[in-house]
Ligand binder design. Structure first.
Ligand SMILES: [Zn+2]
Ligand SMILES: [Zn+2]
Length: 361
């Protein structure tokens, strides 16, 4: 089968690999759609460290092809969305309702949960991203990473819920808990920022200000519910003018740049909430002032995977989709075959797509 393999930093290609059958607690998934996400690119360019060679792909949906022993909640033929965090249900975090931080993944970084891999290139073991490696025609996944969905939902649209859309909408609903009637500013309108715009609209925000450097992204943001759009440099002044110099009730940073987080914090009103969603570099900085932080009483929050519980929140988002509140189809700007993966990443870097999605026959 074909998979997108990263061999060294900035070296990746579509290659022929093989899969071992699923072990206990695992399933084989026939992948039907894989979203092309900035985190995949971060594995390619080393921003997110992962020992190589490895198969990337962590935002996917497909159909169960084979079920390992001990798997009770899934059957062959089930349609599933993959969660890039396994959901063990009994670790410290799962027991406290923070499944997005489930620690089951930590002891097996780059491998399946038992510390081994199912992907081979000849005799060589390949690592996988987030226990999935679903930028491939098939993958082995922990059963606890698979959320069963209704068969009538198109799998290409459903796949987006596995990372970008969950991260964005979840940051609004779970992390910041945006209130109806509020003013929301979104710094950065890539796939996650556009999902934050959608989440803010669904939450009933009165004003949704989208900020980006690209006009194409601002046009997309408008389509997804932004009431105002503004070019990067003018954001601060624009937000202050719109809010009688207070700042926005909720600001979101969705790129992963320290300076932009700083700008989002500065544009948050006293008593408001600034939520950092973008993942920045390890050496980057975001400085908080010890005088103004308590004096202005702002809340600064980090949002991992939209603070989601995949079992609860994937079906919830797909309900929004079915009710016409959440536009998933419109997020898919371009589709690609797996052989076109290099083009899909070039388009991601050029900011062409709300989301690019790889489809399989
Ligand atoms: Zn992602
Ligand atoms: Zn857990």
């Amino acid at each position: 089968m074909k998979a997108v393999v990263v061999d060294a930093l900035n070296e990746f290609s579509v290659q022929e690999v093989s899969l071992d059958p699923p072990k206990a607690g695992e399933v084989m998934v026939d992948i039907k759609a894989t979203g092309v996400c900035r985190s995949d690119l971060s594995i390619i360019n080393g921003k997110i460290p992962l020992e190589l060679p490895a198969v990337i792909g962590h935002e996917g949906a497909g159909i169960i092809k084979e079920v390992g022993t001990g798997v009770e909640h899934l059957q062959v033929g089930d349609h599933v969305v993959l969660s890039f965090i396994p959901n063990c249900g009994h670790c410290f975090y799962c027991e406290r309702g923070q499944a997005n931080l489930c620690s089951s993944k930590d002891q097996a970084y780059g491998f399946m949960l038992d510390g081994t891999t199912r992907v081979k290139r000849g005799n060589e073991d390949l690592r996988v991203m987030t226990q999935l490696g679903c930028m491939a025609e098939r993958c082995i996944a922990p059963a606890i990473s698979c959320i069963k969905i209704d068969e009538e939902i198109p799998l290409a649209s459903a796949a987006l819920v596995g990372c970008g859309v969950m991260t964005g909408v979840g940051a609004v609903m779970n992390t910041a808990q945006v209130e109806a009637g509020s003013t929301v500013a979104v710094f950065g309108c890539g796939g996650i920022g556009l999902s934050i715009v959608q989440g803010a609209r669904i939450a009933g925000a009165r004003q949704v200000i989208a900020i980006d450097t690209l006009d194409t992204k601002l046009e997309m943001a408008q389509k997804f519910g932004a009431t105002h759009t503004v070019k990067g440099e003018q954001a601060q002044q624009f937000i202050l003018e719109l809010t009688e110099q207070r700042g926005a009730d909720y600001c979101f940073e969705a790129v992963g740049i320290g300076a932009l987080m700083q700008a989002a914090e500065a544009a948050t009103r006293p008593g408001g909430t600034c939520t950092v969603v973008g993942v920045g570099g390890l050496e980057d900085q975001f400085v908080l002032n010890p005088f103004t932080l308590p004096i202005f009483g702002k809340s600064i929050l980090g949002s991992m995977y939209g603070g989601c519980n995949p079992k609860r929140d994937f079906p919830r988002l797909l309900d929004f989709y079915r009710e016409g509140k959440l536009d998933l189809d419109g997020m898919i700007t371009n589709t690609y075959s797996i052989d076109q993966a290099p083009q899909a990443f070039a388009d991601l870097e050029a900011g062409v797509n709300a989301r690019g999605v790889i489809l399989y026959d």
